[in-house]
Design a protein around this ligand. Structure first.
Ligand SMILES: [Zn+2]
Length: 460
């Protein structure tokens, strides 16, 4: 059965126009005015609404053993929450620890999603060490359709790799047309600053920031980009949080490095003062890098509009307040890191970006969908509306007004970092390859219908 969406205002990264979209066999097959369709076609009137390409969240954690516990979402709740928020494709961080076999980890992570996910997905492959065996195993993983690596410069002894390994891993990435994504903080400095603060009795969540100040991130960013410059590999800085790091990226780009910048929705909407909330409430706002001073937000909005910040992700990593965040009540270094937002990213970006005039509609689509598709080898199958593209579509009602609350969200988490916040607009109808996943704001998706999307290497 085909699907016909009539009279919506189609918005891509570069265009805005009113037209009808006809989808058949999972793809967009016609775009035009006054389209007609066979009698068994499902017809949706999108008059007065926007039609966006399905949104892509390029930085998500779902299966995540971390800091002695596990993140709360699985693909049942996580893919539903993604779709309710308009995200039709997510890129999960596949994070093996140092002593884990890479192929076994790859199979384990895939088993958590296959047959369960309601949305499409793919992975950034974590590289916690690099030797001949890792090279062979990573080759197989690339051949299976994964074309990005994730490196940690932070989390010393758990995920991070030596300078020698990083160099050789990036040479390999360059050779295979794989982009290197990295969490950039100086691991040794973080560890020493944590020890110092705890020894001084500074144990509350408000001290998390001080263990990872902007210069610690800027130094990690500069280091990673230096390795990218030395090897010629393309570099993608995940969750860049401050102006100091952004300056390092600009410097590297001047030097010819192919460098891309991701920020996450919490950095655009909440700031370090939230981690200072009393009664341990601040723990809800602990992530790494930490929330920064509010003055960074204007720079980020401008960066998105001007195009030198490329993507807006979430770094969705859901840990309950009760029982999980609480593990760090007497020691902020034991608070599991993460501000869950996979469900709210698009609505927050629209409400605080588009509706408040900080970014225009095309930029909104670009940074929440198109850029991620282009950088990670999904474009134009994903990330835009054109003939032959997957029929992943979001009909967005800009006039809807709602309130974010833990009581109504689909994420499997006992709090919302944005509790009570008013939002403008919502994804009213969402399709995954031509099939309805959200209808009039209600989830109607099919678990197990999501597919791992194969990505080809890109030579940047
Ligand atoms: Zn992350």
């Amino acid at each position: 059965m085909g699907l016909l969406i009539k009279n919506g205002e189609i918005v891509t990264a570069s265009e805005r126009y009113v037209a009808d979209i006809y989808c058949e066999d999972e793809t967009i097959t016609r775009i035009g005015t006054s389209l007609d369709a066979p009698p068994d076609t499902k017809v949706i009137d999108a008059s007065g609404k926007y039609v966006f390409p399905g949104f892509i969240d390029p930085h998500v954690h779902i299966y995540l053993p971390f800091m002695g516990t596990y993140a709360k979402d699985d693909y049942t709740s996580g893919s539903k929450a993604a779709l309710m928020g308009g995200t039709t494709t997510l890129i999960e961080m596949l994070c093996p620890s140092k002593d884990e076999d890479l192929l076994e980890a790859y199979a384990l992570w895939k088993s958590k999603a296959e047959g369960i996910s309601a949305c499409d997905w793919t992975y950034h492959m974590g590289v916690p060490r690099f030797d001949d065996k890792a090279r062979e195993q990573l080759s197989e993983i690339i051949d299976d359709g994964i074309s990005s690596f994730k490196f940690f410069l932070a989390y010393k002894g758990v995920f991070n790799l030596s300078d020698e390994e990083l160099y050789h891993a990036l040479c390999f990435a360059k050779e295979r047309g794989v982009i290197g994504t990295a969490h950039c903080e100086n691991a040794d400095l973080v560890l020493e600053l944590q020890k110092k603060l705890i020894a001084e009795g500074k144990t509350g969540p408000e001290w998390h920031y001080h263990s990872r100040p902007p210069f610690v991130e800027a130094s990690g960013t500069a280091k990673f980009l230096t390795f990218a410059e030395a090897t010629g590999a393309a570099a993608y800085i995940v969750h860049l949080s401050c102006n100091e790091s952004l300056r390092e990226v600009m410097r590297a780009r001047y030097a010819g490095v192919r460098a891309f910048v991701e920020i996450v929705i919490p950095y655009l909407t909440v700031d370090m003062s939230y981690a200072e909330l009393p009664d341990f409430e601040g723990a809800k706002y602990v992530m790494s890098p930490p929330l920064r001073h509010k003055r960074n937000q204007d720079i980020f909005w401008n960066g998105l509009q001007q195009g030198f910040i490329h993507t807006v992700a979430t770094d969705h990593a859901p840990f309950d307040f009760k029982g999980q965040k609480e593990m760090g009540r007497d020691d902020f270094t034991k608070i599991p890191n993460g501000i869950p937002s996979i469900e709210e990213r698009v609505k927050l970006l629209y409400s605080f970006g588009v509706a408040e005039g900080r970014i225009d509609l095309n930029t909104f689509v670009n940074c929440a969908s198109t850029q991620a598709a282009k950088i990670f080898g999904l474009y134009p199958r994903k990330g835009t509306i054109q003939l032959g593209a997957d029929a992943d579509l979001v009909i967005y009602d800009p006039n809807y007004e709602g309130v974010i609350s833990q009581k109504t969200h689909s994420m499997n988490i006992d709090y919302s970092a944005f509790e009570g916040w008013k939002i403008k607009g919502r994804p009213e109808t969402v399709t995954v390859r031509g099939e309805l996943a959200v209808d009039q704001g209600s989830f109607v998706g099919t678990h197990g219908r999501g597919k791992m999307v194969r990505r080809e290497p890109c030579h940047y």
